[in-house]
Design a protein around this ligand. Structure first.
Ligand code: MLC
Ligand code: AMP
Length: 470
């Protein structure tokens, strides 16, 4: 069963804990969570797909858990989503209504509220492992975000593999403050905890002070963060030292800079575990609790995952720790498909079941992987968010003051990359930043808009983005 700790038979037999989930000022015991989520399941059972505004609240946790009990795929929506992105996600996913929190503009869809105090003890049959758990939208290099359909089986396989790598058990108390509409916060953080059976604490925001507080007040043992979070922890030595007594600090979603790794080790005494993955593949590589944790390297394939490194012709490249290759992964954790996009699916998921990650990596003789970068400059990682340059350029071109636009990710000490837009036109930068936020999500806003007379182009007219990234 996917959410193994919520098995009605064992909960009824007394396998309860008072603090299964703490989020947004509410703490739910395991039996409260099961009873309220089963009541949600009764209300959504039979729906094709529902949208869940993924705020970090008890209502969202119950909505998602209820969908998983009923076998109704959910579509997590960023709470700050803009109008164009929301319209796309709702239309493309075919969501039939909103479950839980309601956005300011529900776009004409019906609403099913979640009642925190409702209880049902109906016992549902476990949905088929091959059935879809969710559709999660993620950016590509061009165009609107694609809906990644992931099976229950893939999620279960990934959590179990990570539990083995991290010695993650019901005795852990997992803490993070990451968004609930991406793999890191939702699949690993929430669903991982409900499968393993450990208490889960969401801090609202992933600040160093709130992490330190969660260590003291909730006895957090296992802390998740994107590199930006860990870099901010290192910049706050008191909070960092408060994490010394935790069991494990885990970093992922973007490259952890070596100075941040070293800073964490110096201040907390912990060498962080780094792991690598994607919305499409879930987490496929990780260093292990009982293995080497090497700064700048993301470890070994997790259980049942295979990797290969190939050149442009598809030929294998040597595992010598130096030769760059395109990273492909295969295993039980991969997604099913991009919803409604068979060609896009076929571009990245080949006939033999290998997912072409779009990342460039090296592998050494011991099988350790290092992620060197992305094949395309048009996929930006900022604060651990994956952002497509093309999507932002399209949004900018929808503004009457913009004639041409090129968006790049420039290196940034805090965010890894920061979004910068070069625009030919006569609009005000501040106005364009706000316009993108209104159309897309807050985290897709450029940090900076530079108005220029022209964009550098090659003889074919293609924008030379590398020149803009300097
Ligand atoms: C941000 N701000 C802006 C702005 N961008 N203001 C003007 N223009 C812009 N372009 C504002 C914010 O709204 C905020 O305001 C303030 O500036 C600080 O912003 P910030 O520096 O971005 O900090 P913050 O908002 O705290 O965001 C940092 C972060 C966030 C690390 C908390 O980026 C984050 O949650 N990242 C996690 C992403 C994630 O989970 N990815 C996983 C993908 S799954 P105010 O007023 O609000 O303070 C995956 C698979 C895997 O990758 O391997 O895990
Ligand atoms: P997303 O779909 O948001 O999960 O983004 C997936 C991408 O994040 C991967 O293809 C990588 O480019 C990047 N990524 C995730 N984890 C790491 C890591 N530990 N090191 C470097 N890049 C990472």
């Amino acid at each position: 069963m996917l959410l193994a700790s919520l098995n009605p038979a064992t909960v009824a037999a007394g396998a309860d804990i008072p603090n299964a989930v703490s989020v947004g000022g509410t703490t739910l015991s395991r039996s409260d969570l099961l009873g309220a989520a089963t009541s949600v399941a009764e209300r959504v059972g039979g729906a094709g797909r529902v949208a869940v505004l993924a705020t970090p609240t008890a209502s969202t946790v119950l909505a998602i858990t209820g969908c998983l009990i009923a076998g109704v795929p959910f579509v997590p929506i960023p709470p700050d989503v803009g109008v164009a992105e929301r319209a796309h996600i709702l239309t493309d996913s075919g969501a039939q209504g909103w479950l839980g929190e309601l956005p300011d503009d529900p776009a004409g869809l019906p609403h099913v509220p979640v009642r925190l105090h409702a209880r049902s003890w109906h016992r549902y049959a476990e949905p088929h492992p091959a059935s879809a758990a969710y559709i999660m939208y993620t950016s590509g290099t061009t165009g609107a975000p694609k809906g990644v359909q992931t099976s229950r089986r893939a999620i279960a396989a990934d959590i179990d593999a990570l539990a083995a790598a991290w010695q993650w058990t019901p005795d852990d108390v997992l803490v993070h403050g990451l968004p609930m509409f991406h793999v890191h916060g939702l699949v690993l953080g929430l669903l991982g905890s409900l499968r393993i059976g450990n208490p889960f604490v969401h801090t609202g925001k992933p600040t160093p002070q709130l992490y330190a507080q969660a260590r003291a007040e909730h006895g957090g043992t296992l802390f998740f963060g994107v590199p930006t979070v860990w870099s901010r922890v290192v910049a706050d030595p008191d909070s960092a030292r408060a994490l010394s007594s935790a069991r494990l600090l885990v970093s992922g979603s973007a490259a952890l800079p070596v100075p941040v790794f070293d800073g964490l080790r110096a201040l907390t005494g912990h060498a962080p575990v780094e792991r690598y993955g994607s919305t499409e593949s879930l987490i496929t590589l990780s260093t292990r609790v009982d293995g080497e944790r090497r700064p700048g390297w993301v470890g070994l394939p997790v259980r049942d995952v295979q990797t290969r490194l190939v050149d442009e012709t598809g030929a294998p490249v040597p595992h010598d720790g130096e030769t760059l290759g395109q990273l492909h992964v295969q295993g039980p954790t991969l997604f099913d498909k991009y919803l409604n996009r068979p060609e896009a699916t076929a571009e990245v998921l080949d006939a033999d079941g290998w997912y072409h990650t779009g990342d460039v990596a090296v592998i050494d003789q011991s099988g350790m992987h290092r992620i060197v970068g992305r094949e395309s400059v048009d996929l930006i990682k900022s604060g651990g968010y994956r952002i497509g340059a093309g999507e932002i350029e399209t949004a900018l071109l929808g503004h009457p003051g913009v004639r041409e636009a090129a968006v790049v990710g420039v290196p940034d000490d805090d965010l890894g990359q920061r979004i910068v837009a070069y625009v030919v036109g006569d609009a005000e930068p501040e106005e364009l930043i706000a316009f993108v936020g209104q159309q897309l999500s807050a985290h897709k806003r450029p940090r900076e808009v530079r108005i220029v007379d022209s964009l550098p182009r090659n003889a074919m007219g293609k924008v030379l983005k590398k020149e803009l990234m300097r």
